[in-house]
Design a protein around this ligand. Structure first.
Ligand code: ADP
Length: 338
């Protein structure tokens, strides 16, 4: 922590300055505080604008790369506090600076390995499609051409092969769309969630009509998000609400939004079959299903994709449910302050 005068000239030193930034007391006092900025940031007169901001609103914060005396860089967070005398005149600033380099490096390496993993899943699932298609097509051909000509067992076994190839193809398609779900086509822009729910509903129009369902929503906010991914998120949640409907009543799905502090909580509520709440976390894992493939078609990646979409937008997703009564899927998105 150190003090600067109203022009940004450094007035104080302590051991922390030496340890984090490499300056001795003599080298430090009297310098302009902008020396801790990287050349690119210095060129932008960043220090001046931070002082102006702190002068206006009392403080200013930053988190970015800074320069040490020896030219190496340190990732740090800073808190600049304006100090006034009793008459209210600005007499300088205090700056608290902390080293976040290790955290930043860990975060960067995680981002990198995540990207590599995504790329791997994408390539693997994409390249698996081709041989699978051949296997599926030829086993179907044999099964059609030789049905009844081989013995009964052979017909049954061929049926298993065709079924397995179809199922595996669905799983690989699921894996592919999961791997793709963080590849953003567009940069986030202001999107009205009302319009995204409407788009999802119109994509599901046939399914809604077939089961006699009703999908409604209240007024939803405008957020910073990727439009295509928001539509997909609603589409996955609403189509699950229709698929896991109760056998004795038509599905009713309702979407609501509530602001809680700096985030919106969006909820998709249904009156379907529900599930045991002890599985509320596991259902977001890829390929995890609670209901069997014979009864309900699916690959178990829908909710995993929802989780990725929400998390890449800085939110969380979770579910509440009671067997036989229905489920509610909640997700958060940051409030748009722009
Ligand atoms: P899929 O529907 O292909 O199985 P999901 O990832 O969308 O995959 O869902 C995972 C599991 O969570 C489903 O198999 C089902 O058991 C459960 N589930 C999801 N949505 C609902 C819902 N609205 N009501 C009841 N169970 C649900």
């Amino acid at each position: 922590m150190f003090m600067v005068d109203p022009q940004g000239v450094i007035l104080s030193w302590n051991q922390g300055v030496k340890e984090l930034l490499g300056y001795s007391e003599d080298e430090w006092i009297g310098q302009h505080a902008a020396i801790i900025f990287t050349p690119a940031d210095m060129a932008k007169d960043l220090w001046e604008s931070e002082m102006k901001k702190a002068e206006k609103s009392g403080y200013s914060t930053d988190i970015r790369w800074h320069s040490r005396k020896d030219g190496t860089e340190i990732f740090g967070s800073g808190f600049l506090n304006a100090i006034r005398d009793e008459s209210g005149t600005l007499i300088g600033y205090s700056k608290v600076f902390s080293d976040e380099t290790a955290r930043k490096e860990l975060q960067d390496s995680l981002t990198e390995s995540n990207a590599a993993l995504e790329q791997f899943a994408y390539v693997a699932s994409h390249d698996l499609q081709e041989p699978l298609r051949t296997m599926g097509a030829y086993s179907q051909l044999i099964s059609r051409k030789y049905k009844g000509k081989l013995d009964e067992d052979a017909d049954r076994f061929l049926g298993f092969i065709v079924g397995a190839a179809t199922r595996m193809s669905a799983l690989v398609t699921g894996l592919l769309s999961y791997a793709r779900s963080t590849v953003r086509d567009d940069r986030p822009s202001s999107v009205a969630l009302d319009e995204d729910v409407e788009a999802a509903i119109s994509h599901l129009a046939q399914a809604i009509e077939e089961c006699g369902g009703v999908v409604t929503h209240e007024a939803l906010p405008v957020v910073q998000a990727d439009r295509g991914q928001m539509v997909r998120l609603f589409q996955n949640l609403v189509s699950n609400a229709l698929k896991y409907r109760h056998p004795e009543r038509a599905p009713e799905v309702h979407v609501t939004a509530k602001q809680k502090g700096s985030e919106w909580v969006i909820s998709v509520h249904d009156n379907g079959i529900g599930f045991d709440p002890k599985y509320a976390a596991t259902i977001f894992t890829p390929f995890k299903r609670l209901h069997s493939g014979e009864q309900y078609t699916g690959t178990g990646v829908g909710l995993a994709i929802c989780k990725r979409i929400v998390e890449t937008h800085g939110g969380r997703i979770w579910a509440e449910s009671r067997i036989g009564e229905g489920s509610t899927f909640h997700f958060t998105l940051p409030v748009d302050n722009t």
